[in-house]
Design a protein around this ligand. Structure first.
Ligand code: SAM
Length: 339
């Protein structure tokens, strides 16, 4: 199940872990277009995308990208090296945006025993960047990452981290009251609207009384030029078509409260994709990569052929840097299981 992390990509993950200060220095693909006027302006074309789809032992291959093959999951992004690269970059951008990996409320007054042996679970850990980063900060704590795709490093990882393959929608294979913290991040494209409540109930079950659930979810692309808003709407409509909740970032506080968590932290941060600083450039690259990763599902809705899709990505990147400013928001929410 899932794509194997190539040796090259494992090295990339490891080098990013030790080079988070280099944020924004790489992957300028398509992002130098700021001062260029893209010649590509007409999106409609006669030829609709022709996707070649096949199945391999690693999952489903659509048009050269690899996807999971879990029947119960609506997750629609790839699990290949290119996507892993995006997730690694996105992790360090989020860490900078939210001033660290864990909100203050879980760190003050030794509220959790991070220094002495806390137990932390990361659901949908992807390549494991968050969990390995935090595990390196707290070598006395124990960390478990779970993902339905085996894209995490199996050999090169901190000694206090283990990974397991598992589908969160099938329940969590852990005892009641066993974790101090559970992280669930960027599941917006993974759950149907009605699946969130059941997953939060399971998280509450495996958390110790007083333990924390941590979430970060992004908002929709709805503030910017007409072109940006149009692209954002097509993306949102695709989510709705798949039964997913585009506004889960804003709904998370209420969703946690309904699952009987006490919400102790809810912070919304904005990124401005046209601004030239490293952090905003990183989120610009992320948005471009998100629309690229979604190509197999989005191109038809955009009415763009595969040949013209790179030009569409160039135009989106350029439009994101025009006025009115493109704003993209993220919400970090943390709830506590009552004692
Ligand atoms: C957008 S990625 C986020 C990865 C990581 N949490 C991060 O913030 O970098 C979503 C991850 O969730 C995993 N995923 C999606 N649905 C899942 C499920 N039902 N059970 C376990 N993992 C799932 C995907 O395979 C993917 O690695």
């Amino acid at each position: 199940m899932g794509a194997k992390l190539s040796t090259q990509n494992r090295r990339r993950v490891a080098s990013r872990l030790h080079a988070s200060k280099n944020i924004g220095n790489k992957r300028q693909e398509g992002i130098e277009t700021k001062n260029k006027n893209p010649s590509y302006t007409s999106l409609s074309c006669a030829a609709l995308p022709v996707f070649t789809t096949s199945q391999s032992s690693d999952g489903i291959v659509r048009n050269g990208r690899t996807f999971h093959n879990e029947q119960t999951s609506t997750y629609w992004f790839p699990n290949d090296d290119e996507e892993i690269d995006r997730l690694v970059g996105q992790h360090f951008a989020l860490k900078t945006l939210f001033n660290g990996n864990i909100p203050e409320e879980a760190l003050v007054d030794n509220v959790l025993p991070f220094e002495d042996g806390a137990k932390i679970l990361d659901l949908g850990c992807g390549p494991g960047t968050w969990i390995m980063d935090v595990a390196t900060e707290y070598p006395n704590s124990e960390f478990i990452g779970v993902d339905m795709c085996d894209i995490f490093p199996n050999n090169i990882r901190p000694a206090n981290v283990t990974f397991q393959v598992g589908n969160v929608l099938e329940g969590l294979a852990f005892e009641d009251n066993s974790f101090d913290m559970v992280s669930l991040r960027f599941f917006i494209l993974a759950f149907r609207t009605e699946e969130w409540a059941g997953v939060l109930k399971e998280i509450r079950r495996v958390l110790k009384p007083g333990g924390f659930m941590l979430s970060i979810e992004p908002g929709m692309l709805e503030i910017g030029s007409d072109f940006v808003c149009w692209a954002g709407k097509i993306f949102k409509d695709k989510m709705l078509e798949r039964g997913q909740e585009p506004y889960i970032s804003d709904e998370m506080k209420k969703t946690m409260e309904l699952a009987e968590f006490e919400v102790v932290h809810c912070v919304k941060k904005h990124t401005y994709l046209g601004r030239p600083d490293h952090l905003n450039r990183e989120f610009l690259w992320d948005i471009r990569s998100i629309f690229k990763s979604g190509q197999a599902f989005l191109a038809e809705s955009f009415d763009i052929s595969n040949e013209k899709y790179p030009a569409f990505l160039d135009q989106l990147t350029a439009e994101c840097q025009k006025l009115p400013e493109t704003r993209w928001s993220m919400v970090s929410t943390m709830g506590r299981k009552p004692f």
